[in-house]
Design a protein around this ligand. Sequence first.
Ligand code: HSE
Length: 402
Amino acid sequence: MAKAAIMGYGTVGSGVYDILKMNAKKIEAAAGEQIELKYILDIREFDDHPEKHLFTKDVNDIINDTEVSVVAEVMGGLHPAYEFTKELLSAGKSVVTSNKELVATYGSELLKIAEENNVNYMFEASVGGGIPIIRPLNRCLAANNIVRIAGILNGTTNYILYQMITNDKSFDEALKDAQANGYAERNPAADIEGHDACRKIAILSSLAWGKEVDYTNIGTEGIVNITLEDVRYAAAAGAVIKLIGYAEQLEDGRVYAHVAPMLIKNDCLLSDIDDVYNGIMVTGDMVGDVMFYGAGAGKLPTASAVTADMIDSVIHSERRSLISWEKTDENVSAGPDDKKFRYFMRTTDTAENVSKVFGDFEQIKSLVEGETAFVTGELTASEAEKKASELSETITSIRIFK
Ligand code: HSE
């Protein structure tokens, strides 16, 4: 029998508890032995909990208990999750997590500590909630050179955009709904400003190309400036606006990545990822496009991925499961001007001036009196910004996905 602990009894932690109880038989069959929960770490009181004897406020109870072999870290945030994880791995326990902030920031170091101690550090739930993506990217697509990853990686922002598109809801109303449903981060700025998606695309990029892609090098824009007019323009053009985590390996080996709202044509599979769902399109040089789709946030979907990692850790307790990347001094990240996109723009300036500034451009039917809407040719981020600044006023500038 394997003994386990959960650190953090919030949305995901209580979901892991529920799954361990509800699916105990299935989990035992998959792991090859029973997984018994011995501790739940949380600083709050849970006096009404049916198993209140499991709760502890002292992480040392878990660290010093030689019976515990696997710990689910679902507390979120960097500290003290980082310190606790280091100590647990060093004490010879496998740690599984949904904590994308921790994996993106300290993943290289924690993976190394896990390797040195012959235990596992697993993070399937850190990207895409319940969607299997880490293991498929690492194992099932291992025969491919990964060309590109483009994903809707944040459920909260997708939910907000979807509510704006389909129900004409205001941004604030939709955000409140997402928070009430337990999708949003404690600080919703992490969702709506794109930081959550940034951590996730950094993790996928590091895994896909084997070297740590530092998330601080990824240009990140959120959806805070997207308006109902933008959404309506997109609809008129047969497209939708989605917050996309984008990463591509350039010919010189460096990784170009960004998080930004992008215009997605309706014939692209990513345009159909609605509501709180996530969708990740991975392009391999042999397999072509592969799409991963499912619940990207929420209690049980995320907990299902955490629990699967607990099972995998038990299965691989003798032999480590090799999901890793290396941290190098090389310049892994390309800059924002290393990749060109076409842009959808709106301006209060005239079509004549747009033509003077942009030369080649495609005008589209204006939906708001007094403005010109158009699509540019291929531009770097700096070129787009510079040209936009030469117009009297640019209301919107959104990259187009192809
Ligand atoms: N706040 C995150 C989201 C939770 O909305 O996607 C899952 O990582």
